[in-house]
Design a protein around this ligand. Structure first.
Ligand code: FAD
Length: 545
């Protein structure tokens, strides 16, 4: 029999160990976990703060006794692996309960030590009542600090963990500030899309501050670079995670250019007997052909399963990663897959691309729960290859983004979207689903059937005095409109074409972009040719402004 050691007992570690056991009853499998728990739901931790998860024990799915009984796996909690001796194929472990060190040999070693919260040396941080969230112990500590009367809490960092924490703190009745150094939260979304969530967070009474960085703490009060001061009793630092690479560095295992561990196609390190998975490694993007960090639970668990298979003689068909994620932000759901337009620009990928922005209903409008779904599709020019998509709405965004993620994984194009046969009945969607619809629009633009511009260009059009025509009905226009836009409702368009200039460019918009698209086509058929539809329409513009 062989002996396998696993470092880390949560997403990657526990999955690898369980899969190793499924391959063989003979082999010895040992998990070392420095914390007191294995197999807990990291992703559910923030929900303890609102009481949605009432008892912290519910966060722990398995314990060492169950692992022993159900899988015959030896789980050693509060046992920290200190170092790896590659020559003798052994690890030195500290039993944190007794303080004693011991060694254990291996045939194969799997590292899944995860990522640790980044804590920068901000002046005054040592005297702030500051917490990070990584495990059950952390969340219980934070929960204890928040007991009693509602507190003023500053959450630093507008990534997933920060935002989920904000929502749950607010639900629990605390007074919450969210500080994000960048001009926007959640970089999985483009700036035009994310404004919807900025508004949602703001509307729920959170003091949202973007584009301002923490420069110091005065006790737990936050001092920002702008000079602004946020009074708080408790600080939650959620500015990101960094891979736990100390073990790897100590054993001269290769790190990649991102600073995370470098592994091959089969998640093997530069030592043939050591594998690494999860937040500690960098992965390959087949959308931009380079390495990046993808600290998510799904990839960690699947990599772990693959490693156990590879150790048992199977090849892993690892085609690289695209990155798909989702979160709930108060009443909205937001999901994203692949590349954002912002990333393509910022990373100077040099990809020629365009985006489609549509806002259809997520279900047939007669259904009481039908809601607008903000959808953005990003595709390569001229191939039509899909690069990414984002969806924000109060209903099912995951179905749409999962479909796109699947199409991307199969190297699909916008033309494939048109033909997808997706299930439909009024309570679930529309006969032409959002993703079909996005495929039609993208294909029409790519073919040159009509031209469009994005909502972030509207302000400069306004400033340059361009002709903007609002084709919504008069009552909609009267309620609110873009200053300088002329109202010619679609229903009156054919009678009022004399009012539309023929030689200068004309920009048409409606509420979502659909009526104005029809107006553009009608005018084109009547001989106009310098027309642009505003992709995303008035809803997109008003969120953007
Ligand atoms: P982990 O699951 O972190 O496990 C690593 C374990 O290794 C740790 O418990 C650590 O104590 C232990 N360890 C480290 N070094 C040693 C050592 N030397 N000796 C012994 N033990 C060691 N992902 C999603 O996809 N969706 C979500 O909704 C989501 N929400 C999240 C919410 C929160 C609050 C957090 C913290 C994470 C969330 N994630 C989410 C990310 C996801 O949890 C991680 O990507 C995933 O757990 C990574 O798995 P891993 O095995 O690499 O590391």
């Amino acid at each position: 029999s062989r002996k396998y050691l696993v470092v880390g007992g949560v997403a990657g570690g526990a999955s690898a160990a369980a899969r190793l056991r499924r391959h063989s009853e003979e082999d010895q499998v040992v998990i070392f976990e420095k914390g007191p728990h294995v197999s807990f739901s990291n992703c559910s931790l923030p929900y303890y703060l609102s009481g949605l998860v009432e008892n912290s024990e519910e966060l722990v799915m398995m314990n060492p006794e169950k692992f022993k009984k159900q899988y015959n796996i030896d789980v050693r909690t509060e046992n920290e692996v200190l170092s790896i001796d590659r020559k003798s194929k052994s690890v030195t472990v500290k039993d944190l309960k007794t303080g004693k060190n011991y060694t254990e040999t291996y045939d194969k070693l799997i590292l899944s030590p995860g990522g640790k919260p980044i804590v920068p040396p901000i002046p005054g941080i040592e005297n702030a009542n500051c917490y990070t969230i990584r495990n059950v112990v952390d969340i219980v500590k934070l929960g204890d600090a928040l007991k009693g009367a509602p507190k003023k809490v500053s959450v630093i960092g507008g990534g997933f963990i920060g935002i989920e924490t904000v929502e749950n703190l607010k639900e629990a009745g605390h007074s919450v500030t969210l500080v994000e150094a960048m001009p926007q939260i959640l970089r999985i979304l483009d700036e035009d899309m994310v404004q919807i969530l900025h508004k949602e967070i703001y509307d729920h009474g959170v003091n949202l501050i973007v584009g301002d960085k923490v420069s110091a703490f005065d006790k737990s009060n936050v001092i920002l670079e702008s000079g602004r001061r946020v009074e708080s009793d408790v600080v939650v630092l959620a500015i990101g995670v960094q891979p736990e690479t100390d073990l790897a560095k100590g054993a001269n295992l290769d790190l990649g250019k991102t600073g995370a561990m470098k592994v091959d196609q089969n998640f093997k390190t530069n030592d043939p007997d050591i594998y690494a998975v999860g937040d500690v490694i960098e992965v390959y993007s087949y959308l931009f052909n380079d390495y990046f960090k993808l600290p998510l639970a799904g990839p960690a668990q699947k990599q772990a399963r693959g490693v156990a298979d590879h150790i048992n003689g199977m090849q892993i068909d690892n085609r690289g990663y695209i990155g798909s994620s989702i979160l709930k932000v108060f009443d909205y759901n937001a999901a994203s897959t692949g590349l954002t337009a912002g990333f393509i620009e910022h990373a100077k990928l040099g990809i020629d691309y365009d985006c489609v922005r549509i806002i259809p209903g997520d279900k047939v409008g007669l259904m009481p729960s039908s809601r607008a779904l903000h959808f953005k599709l990003i595709y390569e020019i001229p191939t039509g290859r899909i690069l990414g998509a984002q969806a924000i709405g109060k209903g099912n965004v995951d179905k749409r983004i999962d479909v796109i993620a699947t199409v991307i994984k199969f190297n699909g194009t916008i033309h494939d979207l048109k033909d997808l046969e997706l299930c439909y009945a009024p309570p679930f969607g529309t006969a032409k689903d959002v993703v079909n619809f996005a495929g039609y629009v993208a294909a029409n633009i790519l073919k040159g059937d009509f031209k469009h511009i994005h909502v972030n260009k509207v302000r400069s059009l306004q400033e340059s005095g361009a002709t903007i025509i609002d084709v919504r009905e008069e009552s909609e226009y009267e309620e609110s409109h873009i200053i300088g836009a002329k109202n010619i409702p679609l229903s009156q368009l054919r009678d009022r074409i004399d009012e539309i200039p023929k030689n200068n460019p004309v920009y048409l918009h409606c509420r979502s972009g659909q009526r104005s698209y029809n107006a553009v086509l009608a005018l084109q058929n009547l001989g106009f040719d310098n027309l642009f539809n505003v992709s995303g329409g008035f809803m997109g513009i008003s969120f953007y402004e």
